[in-house]
Design a protein around this ligand. Structure first.
Ligand SMILES: C[S@@+](CC[C@H](N)C(=O)[O-])C[C@H]1O[C@@H](n2cnc3c(N)ncnc32)[C@H](O)[C@@H]1O
Length: 196
């Protein structure tokens, strides 16, 4: 199945100095990153009926849309409200259905009443060490005991620390490699399957 996605024309135009001063956030949500393509391709091969999934850092929401299409119920999350709006729009435009959405900041997560989830999805979220530490704390709390975290990552600096912390939390990692072509670039993405 082919998907059409809307996203802002220019992420740079959305840079807001007040946001940056508050917690150094930048509008990375406004682009579709190669890791989201790799994760979505993987999801498109799976039967996700009756699976409860959450996406962290959903951006414009391709993995959320594909997981919905494959039968999952999905909670799409990000720390930008606009990312949630684009994700809901993109799911609706492709599938005539929407995910649940919620603001969720990995560094001060309010997860009361959320989950447990069978699948935690995330694409290109390990680009800062502080985020990698926060995500290694958060993902295990969201997952059901036999759940799976799927992190797609193009070898960002935070990935080794994240994986070491997940192993210390009792998770095993199996890795698939994918090459994603986007525009004129070829990007190697590692898809980490993490299970207890
Ligand atoms: C590089 S973008 C990836 C977007 C999307 N997953 C993709 O691959 O196309 C990182 C995403 O994580 C979100 N993000 C960054 N820091 C966050 C935080 N502390 N809490 C929640 N979301 C965050 C950004 O808003 C953005 O949507």
């Amino acid at each position: 199945m082919a998907y059409r996605l809307a996203h802002p024309v220019s992420a740079d135009d959305l840079i807001d100095e007040e946001d940056f001063d508050r917690d150094e956030r930048l509008p990375y949500w406004a682009e579709l990153w190669p890791s989201a393509l790799a994760l979505s391709r993987h999801l498109s091969t799976r039967d996700l009926n009756d699976v409860r999934a959450i996406e962290l850092g959903c951006g414009v929401g391709l993995p959320t849309t594909v997981a919905l299409a494959r039968g999952a119920t999905v909670l799409a999350t990000d720390h930008y409200e606009a990312a949630l709006d684009f994700t809901a729009h993109n799911a609706r435009a492709n599938l005539d259905r929407e995910p649940d959405t919620a603001l969720l900041d990995w560094r001060k997560p309010d997860i009361e009443g959320l989950g447990p989830f069978d699948l935690v999805l995330a694409a290109d979220v390990l680009y800062e060490h502080k985020n990698a530490v926060a995500l290694a704390n958060l993902a295990p709390k969201l997952l059901a005991p036999d759940g799976e975290a799927l992190f797609a990552d193009p070898r960002r600096d935070g990935a080794p620390g994240f994986l070491a912390a997940m192993r210390a939390n009792g998770f095993e990692d199996s890795v698939e490699e994918a090459t994603v072509e986007q525009d004129t670039r070829k990007v190697e993405v590692l898809l980490h399957h993490l299970r207890r």
